[in-house]
Design a protein around this ligand. Structure first.
Ligand code: C2O
Ligand code: CU
Ligand code: CU
Length: 428
């Protein structure tokens, strides 16, 4: 390893630990990272480095299980320019959602030695949710969980229920939605957010917001703005994502008390110059849909296996359910592509792709085209029913990548595809 680069080594003991910032991994751009993972579960697992530009064979694909009792070392280098707010979680075939709701996930921060906000103290708020049964055990998914994604009743921040959190207005706060399926609309009563970053790092200019919308798997960097110190309530407002088979009362959820200290801060007007990808040379079309033809069978059956089988043909990516060994799409290394992602279903689905950060170019809903409010790098984007989103991206490594709905139950039920990234061919 070259001497200018840090070399970082971590150990992850995948037994049962609650998702919290204790499990945070923090590295610098340019670092070579080695992470030893010991699988002490009684089933296979992997760790996927969500959002990071890591080679496919190191990215915890469901094709590369770490079997029960085994271990492996993940090795990768984090390219310059990749500073941002990421996370890691298991990605084994069919059982990713369970391993995540049991608590296996952690924050992964890639820092820059010098960015516009690198002098600030950092805090992490990792939001997960937990369900407990009457014996205080974590129960399996029920039918509505499989249909809509699981939302645990206890919303935790860094593993704590309704905590008091000390923050200051001059702190750089990274917020993670590590839930399987809960959509968050964060609001602090009496204070505002200053949005400074998204999944893939700083945005170009700070943006003032009184609410932060965070779909499953998304992250932001914010500062909190308030004219006075004091105690403020952090809440999540209701979001209607058109769940199946449930009638919901719109309700606001209390998440935490923020004990905020007002400190002087001047945030630079310019945070970063975001590189612009060239015009796309290749196009991909994605359709997320649902097949409801087995709904009656699901509702009427008493046989768990029959229900499972019927559910496993319900959530579709380009009309198919996931097959580990099928190539669904092919891309070439370094070629800029436009992905047009459609949601032809009745429910919101957050679309995610591995190994890259994309830019949202536009969205079309009910024939109205809109441009995003600001440029940003993301790896997960919500797609509303009947919405069509245009993304620009490229892949930097040869190998297999997944793209999927990040409601983890939908992913496990097969709302996922394989992208085969090949060597660049000169014929262009
Ligand atoms: Cu958060 Cu396929 O990943
Ligand atoms: Cu991912
Ligand atoms: Cu989905």
């Amino acid at each position: 390893f070259s001497s200018r680069r840090r070399h970082t080594r971590f150990k992850c003991d995948w037994s049962s630990d609650v998702c919290s910032s204790d499990l945070k991994i923090e590295v610098f751009e340019g670092d070579n990272v080695e992470i030893l993972v010991k699988n002490r579960l009684s089933e296979p697992t992997t760790i996927h480095w969500h959002g990071l530009l890591v080679a496919p064979e190191q990215d915890g694909n469901p094709h590369d299980h770490i079997l029960a009792g085994e271990e492996r070392v993940y090795r990768f280098n984090l390219p310059m320019g990749s500073a941002g707010t990421y996370w890691y979680h298991p990605h084994p075939h069919h059982i990713a959602s369970k391993q995540v709701f049991m608590g296996l996930a952690g924050a992964f921060v890639v820092k820059s030695k010098q960015d516009a906000l690198s002098d600030l103290v950092e805090k992490d708020l990792m939001i997960s949710d937990l369900r407990l049964d009457e014996n205080a055990q974590i129960p399996n998914n029920n039918l509505t969980d499989w249909l809509n994604g699981r939302e645990g009743e206890f919303i935790l921040i860094n593993g704590q229920y309704k905590p008091k959190i000390r923050l200051a207005t001059n702190e750089r706060i990274r917020i993670y939605n590590a839930t399987s399926a809960r959509y968050l609309r964060l609001k602090i009563h009496g204070a505002n957010f200053i949005l400074v970053g998204t999944d893939g790092g700083l945005i170009q200019k700070p943006i003032y917001k009184d609410e932060i919308f965070l779909t499953p798997a998304s992250r932001v960097e914010v500062l909190i703005q308030s004219s006075k110190s004091g105690e403020f309530k952090l809440e999540s407002l209701y979001y209607n994502r058109d769940k199946m088979m449930v009638q919901e009362e719109p309700k606001t959820l209390f998440l935490a008390d923020i004990i905020l200290e007002n400190k002087d801060i001047s945030i630079p007007d310019k945070l970063r110059e975001l590189p612009r990808l060239e015009e796309p040379k290749s196009f991909k079309k994605i359709i997320m849909s649902e097949n409801h033809s087995k709904m009656m069978q699901i509702m009427n059956s008493k046989d768990d296996n029959e229900i499972k089988a019927a559910l496993a043909s319900m959530f579709l990516m380009n009309s198919k359910t996931y097959d580990l060994n099928r190539t669904d799409l092919i891309s070439e290394v370094g070629v800029v592509e436009e992905w047009v992602v459609n949601n032809n279903s009745h429910m919101d689905h957050p679309f995610h792709i591995h190994g890259t950060q994309f830019e949202v170019i536009s969205s079309k809903l009910n024939k109205v085209v809109s441009k995003p409010e600001f440029r940003a790098l993301r790896d997960t984007i919500n797609v509303r029913p009947n919405e069509e989103i245009r993304l620009r991206m490229k892949q930097d490594f040869v190998g297999t990548r997944m793209f999927h709905c990040h409601i983890l139950e939908h992913e496990d039920l097969g709302m996922m595809g394989n992208l085969e990234v090949k060597e660049y061919h000169l014929k262009h």
